[in-house]
Design a binder for this molecule. Structure first.
Ligand code: GDP
Ligand code: MN
Length: 385
């Protein structure tokens, strides 16, 4: 689960990690008022779940309240990489002397948490990793011993921190690591970690990912979840307990089993199509669950086609077919639907579909090709209307 920068920075404050004075604003007036109150240069930051907001125009520095007001007007209500920005974080601007990268995540290979520190801050860490991996210092933490002072010292030497700064960094890192453990996070990232002109360390940005499977251990985070969600369809899916991930394309995908759905996404891509979502209806596939799933998929107004991929095991294809047909009829869909069935009682299922006039692919390849074709035609027709 992702949370917003402002939510992450709230958590930082509780752990004594320095962050700029700030407020969250949903309108431009609030931004102006904040800038007036502080009487300083401010930075206006879009609060949506996308990376690289800076480059995309979602981060703006402003020297005066009027400038802040205008900057907010250019961000609030606008789209940033496809998502509408409905709120911003306004902060007192930091006087940046140097930007570092600091992150903690799980290294699955070594089965340890790993701390990463880089002098190449402010840029995408993936970029640094690809271009100059030697500029990322890594510290693997032995779960039996935890984070040791001498290890932090070594890290500071590598980053060329002077003595005073090393002491501050040690405190900073220990707090971040504590927060990371106590929240069952899978990532805690500060990019940039800022060394200010005043020689202080401060979190310029904040990203925390929480382990979905551990959220139940943190009642206080459940409310965060509600607020953190940007996408209304994903929110609805979560309520109905349906694994759904919104993607950027126009072909709705559903199947039974996560692996099958992933493969379906790949197939559609290979045929030149673009999936609109990931949705796993799981085993059983009751008519009710099928209808809910279809309803979810079709909440996406970009949709031009639907691909339903069913593997019959314990779930019988003919049972699944009945559920799907009923669901499609009850929703009165006009979008083309392509089905692929394999496994237990496949033939019976296919006959049920064909009797209703549905497109059933012979195999996954053919079905993928078909749905891409039909979606293209549907899109063209929509555009001409
Ligand atoms: P991201 O692009 O989504 O990662 O957003 P960040 O919060 O990391 O901001 C991107 C960049 O904007 C930073 O690396 C800084 O260079 C710049 N920036 C952000 N906040 C401030 C600030 O308070 N003062 C100054 N001078 N630059 C800032
Ligand atoms: Mn950043």
């Amino acid at each position: 689960m992702k949370i917003h920068e402002y939510q992450a920075k709230d958590i930082f404050k509780h752990y004594d990690i320095p962050v700029p004075v700030s407020c969250v604003a949903r309108d431009t007036d609030r931004v102006r008022t904040f800038a007036e109150e502080r009487g300083k240069k401010v930075v206006v930051k879009a609060q949506v779940h996308v990376g690289g907001r800076g480059k995309a125009g979602g981060i703006k520095l402003a020297s005066t309240p009027d400038e802040a007001f205008r900057a907010a007007g250019e961000i609030i209500g606008k789209r940033l990489k496809g998502l509408i920005v409905d709120k911003v974080l306004v902060e007192e601007a930091i006087n940046i002397k140097k930007e570092y990268y600091l992150g903690i995540t799980i290294d699955r290979k070594s089965r340890k948490n790993v701390i990463m520190l880089s002098t190449e801050g402010g840029v995408d860490i993936e970029e640094v990793a690809a271009r100059s991996p030697e500029k990322i210092e890594k510290l693997y933490i032995d779960p039996a011993f935890g984070l040791k002072d001498f290890e932090i010292k070594k890290l500071c030497v590598k980053a060329n921190f002077h003595k005073g700064l090393s002491r501050e960094f040690a405190h900073f890192l220990k707090s971040l690591y504590k927060l990371y453990l106590e929240h069952d996070a899978t990532l805690a990232e500060i990019n940039p970690l800022v060394l200010t002109e005043e020689e202080k360390l401060m979190a310029g940005d904040a990203k925390i990912l929480l382990d979905d499977n551990a959220i139940f251990r943190h009642k206080e985070l459940e409310t965060l979840q509600e607020i953190a969600e940007d996408d209304p369809i994903e929110q609805e899916a979560r309520k109905n307990n349906i694994p759904y991930v919104r993607l950027e394309g126009d072909i709705g995908i559903m199947g039974n089993g996560a692996g099958l759905v992933m493969t379906t996404l790949d197939m559609v891509k290979r045929e030149g199509g673009s999936p609109a979502n990931f949705l796993d209806i799981g085993g059983g596939g009751s008519a009710e669950k099928t209808r809910q799933s279809l309803e979810l998929i079709t909440m996406d107004k970009n949709l031009n086609g639907i691909f339903i991929n069913i593997f019959g095991g314990i779930t019988r294809c003919d049972e699944a077919a009945k559920g799907i047909i009923e669901a499609i009829k009850s929703l009165d869909l006009s979008i083309p639907v392509v089905i692929r069935l394999a496994g237990t009682r496949e033939e019976e299922g296919r006959k049920l579909f064909e009797a209703e006039g549905f497109e059933v692919g012979r195999d996954m390849n053919e079905a993928a090709k078909k749905v891409v074709e039909l979606a293209g035609a549907y899109r063209a027709r929509r555009e001409n209307m």
